[in-house]
Write a protein that binds this ligand. Structure first.
Ligand code: DC
Length: 231
C-alpha cells in the first residue's frame, strides 16, 4: 500500500492528537506529536530555572537545545507513544499547566523551531506518518498528501481539556484552562514565524458535534475517496 504523509493542524485542544493517534493505529503509521517536542524544551528550561514568571532570555533557551534529547516510545498499556526527555518518561509532566502556560512563547524562538523542524522532517522522511501541530501542513510537510485543519467551538474545547486533566487527577479550574487556551490560540496565530494557519489545500474539520468515531470514519472515507490508500 502506498504510504502517505498526513498533516493535522489546528487550535489547542480540539482533538488533533486523538484523531492523529486513531489514524496512525488504523493505517499502521507512525504518530508524531510535534507539540510534545516544544513542551519538552519548555519543561527542561523550567527545570533549569531559565523561565521566571513567564520571562526568559532567548539565548539561554537556544543554548540548552543540544541538551534536550527527545525520543518517542510506544506504550502497550496506553496504546500510544510516550515522550522521553533525556531518557525520562515525561508524558505526564509536559501536560502540566506550568508547561502549557509557557510553551507558546518558547515556540516562537526561531532557533527552537529550526531545531525541532529538522528533527520532524527527519522522522517523516519515509512517509507513513501522521503528524499533528500548528505548522505541519503549511511548513514542515508542505507536500503532505492529506492536510487537515481542525477546529471546534471554544467552550467544547475547554470542557474536553478540563475532562482530560481531571481524569488524570490534575485539579485546574475551568476558567484557568479557558484563559490558557485562548492565550495560546492568540500567540500561535499571531507569531511571526510559522504561525498557525490553514494551508491552502487543507480540509477543514470542525468536530464540535462529532464523536471520535465519526471524525475517524469521515477522514478514513476521505482517504479512500482520494484513493490514497490504493495499492
Ligand atoms: O499541540 P500542543 O498543544 O501540545 O502544543 C503546545 C504548543 O507548542 C502550542 O501552543 C504551540 C507550539 N507548537 C508549535 O508552535 N508548532 C507545532 N508544530 C506544534 C506545537
Amino acid at each position: 500500500m502506498m504510504k502517505i504523509t498526513i498533516a493535522i493542524d489546528g487550535y489547542s485542544s480540539c482533538g488533533k492528537s486523538t484523531l492523529a493517534k486513531a489514524l496512525a493505529a488504523h493505517l499502521g503509521y507512525a504518530y508524531l506529536d510535534t507539540g510534545s517536542m516544544y513542551r519538552c524544551v519548555t519543561l527542561y528550561a523550567l527545570r533549569k530555572g531559565l523561565i521566571k514568571d513567564g520571562s526568559f532570555i532567548k539565548e539561554n533557551i537556544i543554548n540548552i537545545l543540544d541538551e534536550v534529547n527527545l525520543r518517542f516510545q510506544f506504550n502497550a498499556h496506553t496504546k500510544a507513544s510516550d515522550t522521553f526527555l533525556n531518557n525520562e518518561n515525561v508524558e505526564k509532566e509536559i501536560r502540566m499547566m506550568d508547561v502549557s502556560d509557557n510553551v507558546s512563547k518558547i515556540s516562537t524562538i526561531h532557533e527552537v523551531r529550526e531545531h525541532m523542524i529538522a528533527i520532524q522532517r527527519d522522522l517523516g522522511k519515509n512517509k507513513g506518518i501522521v503528524a499533528d501541530g500548528r505548522d505541519i501542513g503549511s511548513n514542515v510537510f508542505p507536500k503532505a498528501e492529506l492536510k487537515i485543519f481542525m477546529t471546534a467551538d471554544t467552550d467544547i474545547r475547554v470542557q474536553r481539556r478540563f475532562d482530560e486533566l481531571s481524569s488524570k487527577g490534575q485539579h485546574v479550574s475551568y476558567n484557568d484552562i479557558k484563559a490558557n487556551l485562548l492565550s495560546r490560540d492568540y500567540d500561535d496565530t499571531h507569531r511571526k514565524e510559522n504561525p498557525l494557519k490553514q494551508a491552502k489545500d487543507a480540509i477543514v474539520l470542525d468536530n464540535s458535534d462529532l464523536t471520535r468515531e465519526q471524525q475517524l470514519e469521515y477522514i478514513l472515507r476521505l482517504i479512500k475517496d482520494l484513493t490514497l490508500t490504493a495499492d
